[in-house]
Design a protein around this ligand. Sequence first.
Ligand code: GDP
Ligand code: IMO
Ligand code: MG
Length: 448
Amino acid sequence: MANIVVVGAQWGDEGKGKIVDMLTENADVIARYQGGHNAGHTVVIKNKKYVLHLIPSGILHRGKTCIIGNGVVIDPGALLEEIRGLRHRGIPVGRNLFISESAHVIMPYHIAIENKSEQARGLKKIGTTGRGIGPAYVDKMARSGIRMIDLMDSRVFKAKVKANLSEVNYLLERRYRAEKINPGKVYSKYMKYAEALIPFIADTGVLINKFMDKGKDVLFEGAQGTLLDVDHGTYPFVTSSSASVGGVCTGLGVAPTKIDGVLAVVKAYTTRVGGGPFPTELKDKLGKLLRLRGGEYGATTGRPRRCGWLDAVGLRHAIRINGFSGIALTKLDVLDELEKIKVCVAYRYEDPYKLCSCSRKGRACNFTDIPHNNRVLEGCKPLYKELSGWKRSTRGIRRLRDLPKQARAYVDYIEDLLNIRVDVISTGAKRDEVIVLRNPMKGKKRYR
Ligand code: GDP
Ligand code: IMO
Ligand code: MG
């Protein structure tokens, strides 16, 4: 058995929730290491759909321990609502959930500031989920953030709220001409949240390492995706956390030597919600068809997701950063009706502005790695390899040999192009609609 990280390899919504749910059977502990309730992880069990935002998807299995690590930012109101929602549906949440005392708290002023700053950006807005994620991480880095542990000490909490609001209210009033936020009201509301959340708060860094020392198997659940990572994504159109594998170490206090494998979740095509460059985006009726067949609407905000072809340039970048040991290819069934399927193998860039840093400056060049200059990336045109569709239903197929030969050829092509093994193929939203070629949780532990 092994400690495995599940990471989104694209711009999020790859189907991480479904894959984590599937792997949880062989895990003891499931831990989130970054992000917040901007995430929406869907799990479908029989005909029941669950959407998890902050709580690890493993909570749906009885007898598993779930951890929300220090790298996560927590909106206590949203977390309590999620706990209530799960309990209401018969899912126990109690001694099976631990929340890091060092995780930062999302405050009402984070949401207010985000709202105003997005408005001020106008057409250049990021298209955030509006959950206060970015400003909460800003405060963390500025060392003025409030942590879960502060909720346990009312005097400290009160003083921090007061100090932070004296600055934020200045900004809200003077810069944005918006209403001030009353510290007393925030204090009373959050003290009620504290009462309900204190039983879950723990030193999760010590806890998770104790579990690992005892030989327990940990599944690390990434939120968002590598191309939304604040360092490695398509900045500034990213989220504010470390969504790729490095986030596990900082966001949970786990050493890299404890990680046995990293599974990439790759959707069989590409989607993106919010703003930012997306070279393989299909703005035509094919894009609409993918949205319709894939049900591509945000699990958190309900926004329609932008859809396009699979992009090997983005995936190569994700493979390099995360050192993936294998791929879980999801939503293959969404492509069932297509006559032809395209995969972007490189970007073509004509360089009239002489922006490109390569030796062909001023002329046309091909990129096989993502360029980091946004004007360049926005000007890139995808170069495609075209493959035949299979025009048959693959929904619910559970054995590789039952896949149509063109579908197998698509999977083989991805493996060859990216030089990485496909371990899992998902053929539907439901828990058992999956082909497991190799279960990463059943691999060997390298270190204790
Ligand atoms: P996450 O954020 O990565 O967990 O992904 P989301 O839950 O936001 O979006 C994935 C969507 O695709 C959800 O509605 C899932 O139920 C659904 N889904 C996952 N795997 C498959 C699959 O193989 N086929 C189909 N048709 N739907 C899937
Ligand atoms: P899961 O875990 C897809 C996107 C937002 C926006 C950008 C910044 O379900 O894959 P933020 O609110 O984080 O500051 O928004 O990131 N975004 C996601 N897109 N899936 C997600 O999570 C996302 N979480 C944030 O749409 O473009
Ligand atoms: Mg999602």
